[in-house]
Design a protein around this ligand. Structure first.
Ligand SMILES: NC(=O)c1ccc[n+]([C@@H]2O[C@H](COP(=O)([O-])OP(=O)(O)OC[C@H]3O[C@@H](n4cnc5c(N)ncnc54)[C@H](O)[C@@H]3O)[C@@H](O)[C@H]2O)c1
Ligand SMILES: O=C(O)C1=N[C@H](C(=O)O)CCC1
Length: 249
């Protein structure tokens, strides 16, 4: 059974991973919270992650924390030689670079969204944007009112997919006198309630509108995908991997 450490274990996603871990065993968690355990899982401060990875004989870390916390634990994974699945979003370019450096030493799989539906949505978006070349594009994401980064990592990944097909200039909201330029894509982030995650791309032109959307109904979908990725990653060569590699396996 795969031995898993969860980074961000006291958070919303940490709890979802613990709940979803039926074919894996969560043996330890990392968090800055002032607690020594959650749901029977011992909690260790990230500064002590390397020692804990050794003590609990961890095979792989599943990370859903904050960027700086993910980087701290990734460095511990490099020190000990442990694989890591990175689900945290909101990294800056420097942070991505540090993760790339870690992936030269250990297997690292990063995904902004571990739902299979978003993987398919991104492939549909690539086809639609490549085909409907002159249609206006507008992107909206909606998440719970505790989300601290915007737009969502998923929305940023969708923008990356679109940029592969068309050179677009993101406009993050509009106000005042704001006529739409042809190469724009409006990007809007809504925060409300406990909405788990909704993404919609609108393609409008030629007297028609195409809407491609996805809605996550439970954090368990992300937790299950991350655990599948973790089991798939263990034992592979050091490198940078994507969730699409798991979905297509
Ligand atoms: N990739 C995906 O499929 C996916 C899905 C859901 C959420 N997320 C991302 O996961 C992250 C966490 O989301 P959440 O809703 O669980 O947030 P949360 O705020 O509920 O939990 C964050 C956790 O990180 C911990 N933490 C804070 N600082 C830390 C540090 N320095 N080191 C280690 N842990 C630290 C907190 O104690 C808490 O346990 C966010 O970046 C979110 O965007 C990704
Ligand atoms: O709940 C969150 O926070 C989520 N974050 C990821 C993102 O930023 O895209 C995935 C969806 C849920």
């Amino acid at each position: 059974m795969t031995r898993v450490a969860v980074n961000g274990v006291t958070g919303q996603m940490g709890g979802a991973v613990i709940e979803a871990a039926t074919d894996s065993e969560v043996v330890v968690g990392f968090a800055t919270s002032d607690t020594d355990g959650v749901d029977g899982v011992p909690v260790v401060h990230p500064a002590e992650a390397a020692a804990a990875l050794r003590e609990y004989d961890v095979d792989v870390v599943v990370d859903f924390a904050v960027p700086e916390g993910a980087l701290t634990v990734a460095e511990a994974c490099v020190e000990v030689g442990v694989s890591i699945v990175v689900g945290t979003t909101g990294f800056d370019e420097d942070g991505i670079g540090r993760l790339k450096d870690a992936s030269e030493e250990v297997p690292l799989l990063k995904a902004t969204n571990f739902s299979q539906g978003i993987q398919v949505l991104q492939r549909l978006i690539s086809e639609a944007v490549g085909t409907l070349e002159d249609y206006d594009l507008e992107l909206m994401e909606t998440h719970h009112n505790r989300k601290v980064d915007a737009p969502s990592g998923t929305a940023s990944s969708i923008l990356d997919v679109i940029q592969e097909e068309r050179d677009v200039e993101p406009v993050y909201g509009r106000e005042g006198h704001a006529p739409r330029e042809d190469d724009e894509i409006g990007v809007f982030a809504r925060r409300a309630g406990d909405i788990r995650g909704e993404h919609e791309l609108v393609l409008a032109g030629n007297d028609e509108v195409l809407s491609l959307s996805h809605r996550a109904e439970d954090r368990g979908v992300f937790a299950a995908g991350a655990l599948d990725a973790a089991a798939w990653l263990v034992g592979r060569d050091a490198g940078w991997y994507a969730f699409g590699d798991v979905v297509d396996a």
